[in-house]
Design a protein around this ligand. Structure first.
Ligand SMILES: *[C@@H]1O[C@H](CO)[C@@H](O)[C@H](O)[C@H]1NC(C)=O
Ligand SMILES: *[C@@H]1O[C@H](CO)[C@@H](O)[C@H](O)[C@H]1NC(C)=O
Length: 282
């Protein structure tokens, strides 16, 4: 018995890549690359940008990260980034700069620059994007993520509700329930961030999204709401969550802003926080 167990462990340890959840695109020469594409979704033309790592390797199962723009934004603005000092988001929500070529980014464009998700059409867009990208590129299908600010946060939340088995984790920056929540009964690792002075989507709306996954993930509710420490954000990691389904909540004293910084820092904290949250999963 013991011998069997030991040799099974050695076997697992020696060939880990065999067990990575690799997409159909692994091992194939890619045709998709860094540019804008379009596809038909329910008879509508939908656009998106794709960004793949430098020196993309067809045998490396990469993380797949969806980045959804805010209301009035666009995929192009997420690709280019906007001035964080004027409340803009960094390129790819700041994640590409940290990712060091370990992730493929999908940047979709919303209908009328938003994510109303009428009849679930934006969730269907996500489904088709996953299929199209993974048929051509090498993705670790256990490591799909979604993030966005404001309406883009709402869209990430809608996906956590509707596609829990497809997403390893989401990061919702200053979100609210604007894109629906079909399903919403299963756990998904959840990072939420919101400002107490948010004048567009109030903090109660952000807390309500968080609390859905505090409940679904089986985490222990807090005795009281965490408050910002003056001009510094406060990060709370919930305890008691089901294994693999953590919830992290960051509260700050700012307004509706994806690029909030801590006192004395000029670096927005959302990118490093969400990257750390996503990469706890291997
Ligand atoms: C980036 O990735 C390369 C290749 O895996 C590695 O050699 C390098 O140390 C990484 N750089 C950083 C800053 O993590
Ligand atoms: C927050 O906004 C929602 C939606 O507009 C509203 O129903 C709710 O009363 C607001 N809550 C607070 C505490 O302002």
């Amino acid at each position: 018995m013991r011998g069997l167990f030991t040799s099974a462990c050695l076997f697992l340890a020696s060939v880990p890549s065999v067990f990575a959840a690799s997409s159909a695109g692994c091992g194939k020469a890619n045709t998709l690359t860094n540019k804008q594409y379009s596809m038909q979704v329910n008879g509508k033309n939908r656009n998106y940008f794709l960004n793949i790592p430098d020196n993309y390797n067809q045998n490396t199962p990469y993380r797949l990260i969806f980045t959804w723009h805010q209301l009035g934004g666009s995929a192009q603005k997420i690709v280019n980034g906007e001035d964080p000092k004027k409340g803009g988001a960094l390129p790819y929500y700041g994640l590409k700069a940290i990712a060091n070529n370990s992730a493929i980014f999908v940047v979709p464009d919303g209908i009328s620059n938003g994510w109303a998700n009428s009849g679930g059409e934006d969730v269907t867009f996500f489904d088709q994007l996953v299929k199209t990208v993974e048929a051509d590129l090498c993705v670790n299908t256990d490591l799909r993520f979604s993030t966005g600010f404001s309406y883009g946060g709402a869209m990430s939340y809608a996906l956590a509700c509707a596609r829990p088995e497809m997403l390893r984790a989401v990061a919702v920056i200053s979100g609210a329930q604007l894109s629906g929540c079909s399903g919403g009964t299963k756990p998904v690792a959840y990072y939420g961030q919101h400002g107490t002075s948010d004048s567009v989507l109030n903090v109660s709306q952000g807390r309500a999204l968080r609390d859905k996954f505090v409940a679904n993930n089986g985490c222990t509710k807090l005795q009281s709401e965490p408050a910002p420490a003056g001009a510094n954000s406060v990060k709370t990691q919930y305890s008691g969550c089901k294994e693999g389904y953590p919830v992290t909540w960051v509260i700050h004293n700012g307004d509706h802003n994806p690029s909030q910084t801590n006192s004395g820092s000029s670096t927005p904290f959302a990118p490093a926080n969400s990257w750390e949250f996503f990469t706890q999963f291997k």
